[in-house]
Design a binder for this molecule. Sequence first.
Ligand SMILES: NCc1[nH]cc(CCC(=O)O)c1CC(=O)O
Length: 306
Amino acid sequence: MTSRSGALRLGTRRSLLATTQSQTVADATTERTGCAVELVGVTTFGDVTKAHLAQLGGTGVFVSALRDKIAEGEIDFAVHSLKDLPTTQDPRFTLAAIPARHDHRDALVGAHKFADLPPGARVGTGSPRRVAMLSALRPDLEYVAIRGNADTRIEKVNSGELDAVVLASAGLTRLGRSADIAQVFEIEELLPAPGQGALAVECGSDRPDLIELLSVLDDPHTRTAVTAERAVLSALEAGCSAPVGAFALDDGHTLNLTAVVVSIDGREAVRKSAAGSPSESANLGRLLAAEMIAEGADRLMGEHSH
Ligand SMILES: NCc1[nH]cc(CCC(=O)O)c1CC(=O)O
């Protein structure tokens, strides 16, 4: 069930962000349960291919290699960036814990704040959601598709190839790069991807003891919020590369949810908010998505799905 040393084996992608996230969860697991955890490096298709993620059919590529290793019994559990998880959960695996989310927002890296970038400035991001929403604010900038790990992206600013890049604030902070942040975007400007900033701790559904053990890492308020956000995405039948933003906050009494679908040029948007009971999180997300579809959200998404 565990490694020869008796430690739980936590499989991780080899990128700095993935190993940092995994180490944080490993340390928290040991601290809360007393169980030793060892990191096991796993190479995923998404790490080796140079193709754009959208062409690969979604961010699930990062997740499936780790799941394969769980299914093969080579690792006991894995940590994913929650926003990279497909919205339909494979029943063979269980999200044993969703730890507390610290920062859901997107951040701008570069020398200038967003409003101070000169016209024509080159802004790098691989995300259609960010391009669409930022185009609405600054149609005069040039948005450049980039991918690669955070360090590679930041380097494009340092080398002068780009004037700025947009990345998840949580990732930058986990990498110790928060000093590079020129500005974080509030949700009124740039609504984050569903699940952004949250982690998912996953193991095999056939391991009830491990699910129970890992559940000490769970933060119910974060789980409720990301459940609502992901329900929007799922009901819109949109994938990770769709220009869909969603953010929810569970204050213990009320769950507030805001979601948006933007046309790729940023000119049209359907944005709606709803509030409900935290115990009805998935339902709230589905209802909000239905209202958005009634207001033309699926037409906006259809404009650039081909
Ligand atoms: N799509 C890639 C991805 N998946 C998770 C993060 C950052 C960390 C997070 O959102 O938890 C990133 C990079 C980024 O968007 O900047």
